[in-house]
Design a protein around this ligand. Structure first.
Ligand code: ZN
Length: 477
């Protein structure tokens, strides 16, 4: 390594070799334990139940392999300064750590990321494939980094982004040039006037090595049963008013599209949805809930699950679109419903972009079995589609009076957030932040209010005609 990393600050060096033995002992002890939870050794997690059982019942060969893995864990941990057996917990510090600077060093074989933080925190890092990304899980951090931080990469790291993923938890996601192995992920205490530092080392490996390591690193805890933290299924159980779920797109680490002048989709749609919520609630006819009410990242599947849990009778997802320079000009609002086949190429492009939200935040649900897919064939789905289309037509009709619409204002594609089989769902792209006229409207109080009123009218019409039709709706009660 030597001067490999270029400028070194005192303390970037790891702990000494004697530590290896201690960590090895620790890792081994963890492996031999009968507890069913996972062994976490900063950046590498191994399912203990399977391995532990193999050790208890297995052959000498299995024990040797486990010893080797434990030694491997110990070596990986060599330079990590947080010693589980040796050091007391760091003193409690009030408030989230503040990140103030970030540096990259290295080349396309080895790359190091160092982030200065106000005090020591726990960190956990792992790599994901397709696309190749590195993920650092940390407690909530207040990122006060220079504005262009993460936009330009170095070595293996093409770029990185960071932000809150839920209350109390932040994440850093690195876009990588190829498969890597996380060789070090540790946090250094402040020393000699230097702030505390998070250090992540990556080395380039071939895909096969990566996949083998990934099989050992059981990287991601399933967020499955966690609902958006700020919502409970609450007191309204006797309230028979229909539930309308508003879904402001993106949030937290995923900003969505960005206007040339800097406005972020995640902020624009949250403001719009909050305004729409107030208008709907003011009618007294609906219970309105939101998938997020602050700048928090919520997975697409989580949004769908939330609407279903709340037994919503309508889900309205709010977004803004953007065209890149050179993709031509487009303007006006569009209302989308779900379909297997996109209406046209532009619609497919948009659905792909919106569905990327989870990849952007480091969670790739494409790799997960899709529980929703299994029930898509349900009869309810067909009814739901009919209701969704009906509502989409209402929205287009009402919005014509209030807003400029896209030249083909009602379209469909495979938006993941619209996939609840039993909740009629539409996605409204309010306009193009890449279009100056649209953007002017999107930030205009009066335009937003007019458009909100139009959507409220569409909701009224939808529920009135649905009730008049005498059906029980898309939901099999
Ligand atoms: Zn969006």
């Amino acid at each position: 390594m030597g001067s490999y990393w270029g400028k070194r600050t005192p303390g970037d060096e790891g702990a000494g070799d004697q530590v290896v033995v201690r960590i090895f002992a620790h890792a081994l002890a963890e492996f031999m334990s009968n507890d069913k939870s996972a062994v976490v050794s900063r950046g590498r997690t191994v399912r203990r139940n399977a391995v532990g059982s193999a050790v208890r019942h297995g052959s000498l060969a299995v024990r040797v392999v486990v010893l080797a893995v434990a030694l491997d864990l110990a070596l990986v941990s060599q330079a990590q300064s947080q010693m589980p057996l040796a050091l007391p917990d760091p003193p409690a510090v009030d408030g989230p750590a503040i990140a103030t600077d970030a540096r990259l060093a290295g080349d396309d074989k080895q790359t190091r990321l160092v982030i200065d933080i106000s005090h020591k925190i726990d960190m956990r890092a792992f790599a994901l494939a397709d696309p190749y990304r590195g993920v650092i899980e940390i407690p909530q951090v207040d990122f006060r980094l220079p504005p262009d931080t993460g936009e330009h990469g170095r070595g293996i790291i093409k770029a990185f982004r960071y932000g809150l993923v839920m209350s109390g938890q932040s994440r850093i996601v690195l876009d990588l040039t190829g498969p890597v192995r996380v060789t070090k992920a540790f946090v250094l205490d402040p020393v000699d006037g230097q702030p505390a530092r998070m250090v992540l080392d990556l080395i380039a490996v071939d895909r096969e090595t990566f996949l083998r390591a990934a099989a050992i690193d059981n990287h991601l805890p399933r967020p499955a049963e966690r609902g958006p933290a700020h919502f409970d299924r609450e007191e309204h159980t006797t309230d028979s008013r229909p539930v309308v779920v508003l879904d402001p797109g993106h949030g937290g680490i995923d900003p969505g599209t960005r206007a040339p002048s800097g406005e972020l989709e995640k902020d624009l749609v949250l403001e719009f949805a909050s305004m729409l919520r107030a208008k709907l609630e003011a009618t007294g006819k609906y219970r309105v809930m939101m998938t997020r009410t602050d700048d928090t990242f919520v997975e697409l599947s989580e949004r769908v699950r939330f609407a279903r849990q709340q037994q919503a009778q309508l889900l309205i997802s709010i977004h803004c679109d953007a065209l890149a320079r050179g993709e031509g000009e487009a303007e006006g609002a569009t209302v989308y419903t779900l379909s297997d086949k996109a209406t046209d190429a532009e619609t497919q492009r948009l659905a792909d972009a919106e569905n990327r939200a989870d990849i952007i935040a480091g969670v790739d649900l494409a790799a997960e079995p899709d529980e929703i897919a299994d029930i898509l064939i349900d009869l309810a789905q067909r009814e739901t589609k009919t209701f969704s289309a009906h509502f989409a037509r209402n929205v287009v009709k009402e919005m014509r009076t209030a807003a400029r619409l896209h030249k083909r204002p009602q379209r469909s594609a495979g938006f993941r957030v619209l996939k609840a089989p039993d909740v009629p769902s539409v996605l409204i792209e309010l306009g193009y932040v890449s279009n100056a006229r649209d953007l002017k409207q999107l930030v205009s109080e009066s335009w937003r209010s007019r458009t909100g009123d139009a959507i409220v009218h569409a909701v009224h019409t939808y529920f009135t005609t649905r009730l008049a039709g005498g059906g029980s709706g898309a939901r099999a009660q």
